[in-house]
Ligand binder design. Structure first.
Ligand code: NI
Ligand code: MN
Length: 234
């Protein structure tokens, strides 16, 4: 089986793992960096790290047309059910579950998580923000940090032996380049891919420069994707 990761700009990712299409933080409508229309993406499962509008994104619409199961924390799943999403699977920090596509554990993220409706913010409580640690059915470990600042327990996540870490570098709302470099040193992944930058001027970063620093100071290979680009985890 193979694992193919596509970056759709901002924090939006597609992962084809074996026969399953996963979408992570599916923000297409209103995402200036998205190279594709929300109607063009397939999903069997939708993973939502936290309740902010640039992460819940189009989850409700995509779940409605694709019958995908949405996986998020318990509070976000409750809220999505009230918005009409039929299939949800709530988990919580530290808890893992064996889904058809692999074993998925929710990890700590230092951030906020108020929920927004699709039109007007309704301010519902979104529980704690999360990251995801996925062990695929062929044994690959992939860490999606979500929106987060740097935290020392990234070392514990790294101890699992990461094939890939996908981390934010945009600064302002999340880790910036300097802290993201320190995160790579704690996580010690084989490969790191930066996201959550370049969407708007406020989070503009030079990802190529960051990748050069990562490869000079750590053993990780840094892969900078363009929005719409797909990368295969060998
Ligand atoms: Ni956020
Ligand atoms: Mn965000």
């Amino acid at each position: 089986m193979s694992n193919q990761l596509t970056w759709y700009g901002h924090a939006t990712l597609g992962l084809k793992t074996g026969d399953y299409n996963l979408l992570i933080d599916p923000f297409f409508s209103g995402n200036p960096a998205s190279p594709v229309s929300v109607d063009a993406v397939a999903a069997d499962f939708i993973l939502v790290t936290h309740g902010h509008g640039d992460h819940v994104g189009d989850a409700i619409a995509i779940a409605g047309r694709s019958q995908a199961t949405v996986i998020a924390n318990f509070e976000i799943c409750n809220w999505l059910s009230k918005q009409g999403v039929e299939k949800t699977h709530g988990q919580h920090l530290g808890g893992g579950f064996k889904h058809p596509f692999g074993y998925l554990k929710l990890t700590l993220a230092l951030h906020g998580s108020a929920l927004h409706g699709s039109a007007l913010p309704d301010g519902s409580y979104g529980g704690n923000p999360a990251g995801f640690l996925l062990t695929t059915n062929d044994g690959k470990k992939i860490y999606f940090a979500g929106d987060t600042g740097l935290f020392g327990d990234m070392k514990l996540i790294g101890e699992e032996g990461l094939d890939l870490a996908v981390i934010p570098i945009g600064d302002n709302y999340t880790m910036g380049p300097d802290d993201a470099l320190r995160a790579v040193k704690l996580l010690t992944p084989k490969v790191v891919i930066p996201i959550h930058f370049g969407t708007w001027g406020l989070i503009e970063q030079n990802a190529a420069d960051w990748a050069t620093r990562v490869e000079a100071e750590t053993d990780a290979k840094a892969v900078v994707l363009q929005p719409g680009q797909t990368w295969t985890l060998a």
